[in-house]
Design a protein around this ligand. Sequence first.
Ligand code: MRU
Length: 357
Amino acid sequence: MKKLPHPDPISGASYSAVELAPANDHVVMMDQRRLPTDERYEELETVQAVVDAIADMVVRGAPAIGISAAYGMVLASHEIRGDYVKGMIEAGKLLKAARPTAVNLAWAVDKMIDEAKSHASLKAGERMERMAEAARQIHREDVAANHEMGRLGAARIEDGATILTHCNAGALATGGYGTALGVIRAAHEAGKKIKVLADETRPYLQGSRLTAWELHQDGIDVELITDASAASFFGRDEVAMAVVGSDRIEANGDVANKIGTYGVACLAKAHGKPFYVAAPWSTVDEACADGPSIPIEQRNAREVTHVGDAQLAPTGVTVRNPAFDVTPAELVTAIFTERGVIEPVGPDAVRRLSPNE
Ligand code: MRU
């Protein structure tokens, strides 16, 4: 199934990471594990199917898993028999446990639980409509946020610049358009002639499988590089800046993102180049004071020892496979959000833009 099976996608593009079907009875999700060779959509009909899809990385990327969880809560609202709010809280627990690091997941679930509490006295059909509207609103706001941070970030990109990015923070990782790739898209749309160096992003290869696919589709000049070669491109002065997404930004401005991001930030610092982060405010976790308190997902050994069915390491070797790292605030030049630019990156600038201030 190549064509997106949805008549009016909120992503605003010819493909989407996730959409809710018009009848609100199933979630349409691209199976990102099959990219770059196979663009295929799954139809998920239960909240458990959405939990499994998040855990198995059918969908991935912090905002996209938050939106998927919101749509999962719509499906839960069909399934609950008995105490509605209790049932929604239970469904929310399942979703939150699917992946630990991206705070957007818990943020979206909590918003949906608040919505459920506010309309618990309504009839079942009306509750489902309200849940569907709330989830679509989360999706719409994410796309709008990406365009706004893209506009702010693109202003920092000079014509002719080469930009290094890590992992995939594109349309596939969000409601549509992308965070880091939103900045790159906005610069491209503004007519700037830019080139992107996409880190392949071992071990799950989001850079080669997803970022290269997205940019290639858009006709944006992209060169795929191995993670290990990034230093030499900085060293040859071929990189003007780095821009990445985030899974969780702390109250002090520390940034959790895909494993390898911290290394890119160190390289940018060593070579005197800006290191930018683009993320919606749903990624900011003001309740978390600093990097060490972020739960870091530890993924399975097979992702490191194998590529597909090919074994690359001796059977039984011990493997460590943390999926994320934390870049300290002092290495981050600026964070583009839909609420403005966090700069200089630190607790004061985070507080200044906070909706809670
Ligand atoms: O393990 P993944 O693919 O979910 O990790 C994704 C990232 O690290 C992204 O950079 C991050 O979620 C930001 S996406 C806009």
